[in-house]
Design a protein. Structure first.
Lengths: 271, 75
């Protein structure tokens, strides 16, 4: 562990400058257990509740007045609604609007979880935690999406849903190989959905932490060397901006890929 | 070579997919721009595809990053 810390140029004598992975640790806030299963209320649960609570409070107060000429909050809510509604209509068609509540919830939750994770921690007061930087959370969301696709696909099309694996216009001698490839690509969908979101959040936060570590170690060096600390500081500012973009982009990508996969279940054999 | 050194070298090798992701992202954005300059009126309609392709390509590099992190911190 020591060599890793020095490889990342993180000073070890400063107590608050922990390694880049400490920010992802899960702490029990209220230990609970259900038989042998640990169901403690953790900081991860807390930040999930903050994200959900923020969404509920925002949308309930934005839609309370429901004015013909929207105010500021109602405008934001309407822009978000139209953005996701256009995405769903574009990818699935008008029939797909029955999935709109799910896609909208997914988009808003991931967006808020990503953005809240970018809040700086205040030592001793609050410790920011990005729930989407854990593969348990993102894989849960991805499996939910895939489960909806499979159940709805079989519910609506019956066994015709299996046509998903047989693209039209393929020469018969190539079919066994194509079906195998399509099947494996279908199986990899939840994994790629989950790992994309998780890895983006993990990478962004580690890079932020490593750059912040450069500032601390350069300031600690003293003298003229301390002046160089301005460069990693500017770098941190730039990466924070990039992470704001990534936070939105990953929520968008998760939602649009959910729409594309749902489209396979709604319109089988149209590809 | 100590196991620790081998681990660090392995993590460095596992970060190499970032080069491929960089080439891929350059191709995507470069081709989008050259297409967009030829027919600017069609550019806005393809923004969604651009972002999607960006995310799918970036994923390859991130997979290498995850492997590097696993080697460094899990083993």
């Amino acid at each position: 562990m020591n060599s890793i810390l020095s490889a990342l140029a993180l000073p070890m004598h400063l107590p608050q400058a922990a390694g880049p992975m400490e920010q992802f640790e899960i702490h029990r806030l209220a230990p609970l257990s259900l038989g042998n299963i640990d169901v403690s209320f953790t900081n991860s649960s807390l930040w999930m509740m903050i994200a959900t609570g923020a969404a509920v409070i925002f949308f309930s107060s934005a839609t309370r007045a429901r004015a013909l000429i929207p105010g500021r909050m109602q405008s934001i809510a309407e822009v978000l609604y139209n953005f996701v509604a256009d995405m769903v209509r574009g990818a699935i068609g008008p029939e797909g609007m029955k999935f709109f509540p799910y896609v909208f919830t997914l988009f808003i939750y991931i967006l808020l979880a990503n953005l809240l994770g970018l809040l700086p921690s205040i030592p001793g007061v609050s410790h920011t935690f990005t729930t989407t930087s854990h593969i348990a959370v993102t894989f849960g969301l991805a499996m939910l999406t895939i489960a909806i696709v499979i159940f709805y696909g079989f519910y609506k099309n019956g066994l015709g849903f299996l046509k998903l694996f047989v693209p039209s216009g393929v020469p018969p001698w190539l079919l066994p190989l194509i079906v195998l490839i399509e099947f494996v690509s279908f199986l990899s969908r939840p994994l790629s959905l989950a790992i994309r979101l998780f890895a983006n959040m993990l990478a962004g936060h580690i890079i932020l932490k490593v750059f912040a570590g450069f500032i601390i170690s350069l300031l600690g060096a003293g003298g003229v060397v301390s002046a160089i600390a301005i460069f990693p500081f500017l770098g941190t500012v730039a990466i924070t901006l990039l992470e704001l973009l990534v936070a939105f982009l990953q929520a968008y990508v998760f939602a649009i890929l959910t729409c594309i996969y749902l489209n396979d279940a709604v319109n089988v054999g149209h590809h | 070579m100590t196991p620790e050194a081998a681990k660090l070298i392995g993590a460095g090798i596992a970060a190499l997919p970032l080069a491929g992701a960089g080439i891929g992202l350059g191709l995507i954005f470069g081709n989008f721009l050259s297409g967009a300059f030829r027919n600017p009126s069609a550019a806005a309609a393809n923004q969604q595809t651009l972002l999607l392709a960006f995310a799918l390509t970036e994923f390859t590099g991130l997979l290498g990053f995850v492997v590097a992190m696993l080697i460094l911190f899990v083993f």
